[in-house]
Design a protein around this ligand. Structure first.
Ligand code: MN
Length: 229
């Protein structure tokens, strides 16, 4: 078989302590998974099911590369998130077996055009233009689960802009656990190898500008550092 043009290369994320890279299929994202953040956005944190949206795999920025300031916004916001990488998938995955599908974890940022998101909310439009734009998903190296020895509900998650802490919480503050996210997501989509999930952000989101240096940390995982250009 021949293609009518060269297909796009597979998007990959580096694996910590290895020369291997993790090939990415979809990026699923969870909205409003920390109560304080839901409230700061004027939303109700007590929903019956998690809220999901999707970014294309090609929105990833890896290897601590610079992130270009996107077009069509003057209010680009940071959202630091725990990223879950799946080695296998399926439909209707029970919470108590969800962990078996996890390859590893990373730190990521769900960059958001907040001004366009507000317009989408006001007009009841979908969120794609606010969330799924080019270079909107910086992501650090993936640490395989068997090397995530210090990762726990008490692990801190934080983001600093030019060394000033803007977001800080613990993973235990998540409303929906990783296992419950996989359960709910797998009822809506067949999950497959290479899918990653951005699991939502704590309170403290805010604007970032050209030249800002962003440092993202989760205890027990590889740091994510990038600069906005
Ligand atoms: Mn988010």
């Amino acid at each position: 078989m021949t293609y009518v043009f060269d297909p796009a290369p597979v998007v990959t994320i580096p694996v910590a302590g290895s020369d291997e890279r993790f090939p990415v299929r979809h990026i699923f994202c969870v909205g409003r998974n920390y109560a304080d953040h839901a409230r700061e956005m004027g939303e109700n944190p007590e929903e019956e099911t998690p809220m999901f949206f999707i970014k294309p795999a090609e929105t990833l920025v890896t290897d601590n590369n610079d992130v270009p300031y996107p077009s069509a916004t003057t209010d680009l916001h940071h959202e630091v998130e725990l990223v879950v990488a799946l080695k296998t998938g399926g439909n209707n995955i029970a919470p108590d077996t969800a962990g078996l599908h996890i390859y590893g974890y990373a730190v990521g940022v769900d960059l958001t055009r907040r001004d366009l998101q507000q317009i989408c909310k006001d007009k009841r439009h979908p969120w794609d233009i606010a969330k799924a734009f080019d270079n909107s998903a910086p992501c650090g190296k993936i640490t395989p689960v068997n090397e995530c020895l210090n990762l726990s509900p008490s692990s801190d998650i934080s983001l600093a802009v030019n060394d000033e802490i803007r977001q800080k919480a613990t993973l235990g503050d998540m409303i929906w656990s990783v296992e419950n996210i996989i359960y709910h997501l797998s009822r809506l989509f067949e999950l497959r190898s290479g899918d990653i999930i951005m699991t939502g952000t704590p309170a403290g989101v805010g604007p970032i500008n050209v030249g800002d240096k962003i440092k993202c940390r989760i205890d027990g995982l590889e740091d994510l550092d990038f600069q906005l250009k």
